[in-house]
Design a protein around this ligand. Structure first.
Ligand code: PLP
Length: 229
């Protein structure tokens, strides 16, 4: 607790790659986190809206206990049979629409997206992919190429020719504002013409990667019916 922020930074810089960025000009030294709050070395409480990405809050006792109990019993891969994997899959699928009826187990969002893209590519025999502007989909080489937030920013290698970008339907800061008539339709039309262009060139679209709420794009909620249309 008594360690100085400057000492922590010096030590960190001597051990970690510089590519691990630190948030804020005055970095925060966190000591604990519970529920929706962080607590720093000065005893300050922070409402956590950014910690990558909290679903049930920090240090949830139910999750913590379940993890410990299972780890003490059995923690292995999917090549063996065990009841809990079936039970968990069944429970998980009960939360999704009926047609999403198959589980793939992965450890991270990057693995999930990488696998989803691989499945889509194999199924459609196409590499072309539509992504939303400013999106981030993960840190593998493949996903950096699908993430405008990365490939368009400093050090990024630019857009690959098989990647197509949909403009964010942002009625506040986007090209078409929510005060204009039919503003959502204009964004949809932009996507339609991008897709038509792909097919005109005798290509197929493998998939559309899109977050249900555009995170890196600025926490933008998609307009109703945008995805459907
Ligand atoms: C929208 C989105 N997709 C994918 C990822 C990648 O997930 P992970 O860091 O678990 O690989 C993140 C991580 O921040 C994310 O915010």
């Amino acid at each position: 607790k008594n360690e100085k922020v400057e000492d922590l930074i010096l030590k960190r810089n001597s051990l970690l790659s510089k590519s691990f960025s630190i948030s804020y000009k005055k970095p925060l030294h966190m000591l604990e986190a519970k529920n929706q709050y962080f607590y720093d070395d000065k005893g300050r409480e922070y409402l956590d809206c950014v910690n990558n990405i909290s679903h049930v809050g920090h240090s949830h006792p139910k999750i913590h206990t379940a993890m410990i109990e299972q780890n003490l019993k059995l923690n292995t891969n999917t090549r063996y049979l065990y009841k809990i994997m079936n039970e968990y899959s069944e429970k998980l699928l009960s939360k999704f629409p009926k047609k999403l009826d198959t589980v793939f187990f992965v450890c991270t969002g990057s693995e999930a997206n990488d696998l989803a893209y691989r499945i889509a590519k194999n199924y459609t025999n196409s590499k072309d992919v539509l992504v939303m502007d400013n999106a981030y989909h993960g840190h593998t080489n493949t996903l950096i190429n699908l993430s405008p937030y990365k490939f368009k920013s400093k050090g990024g290698l630019g857009k690959k020719n098989y990647v197509h970008i949909a403009a964010m339907p942002d009625g506040l800061r986007g090209k078409w504002k929510s005060s204009e008539k039919n503003w959502v339709k204009k964004y949809i039309y932009q996507v339609k013409s991008t897709v038509e262009e792909i097919y005109k060139n005798n290509k197929t679209l493998s998939c559309f990667f899109v977050e249900s709420i555009l995170g890196c794009g600025g926490q933008i909620v998609l307009p109703p019916k945008y995805l459907k249309e």
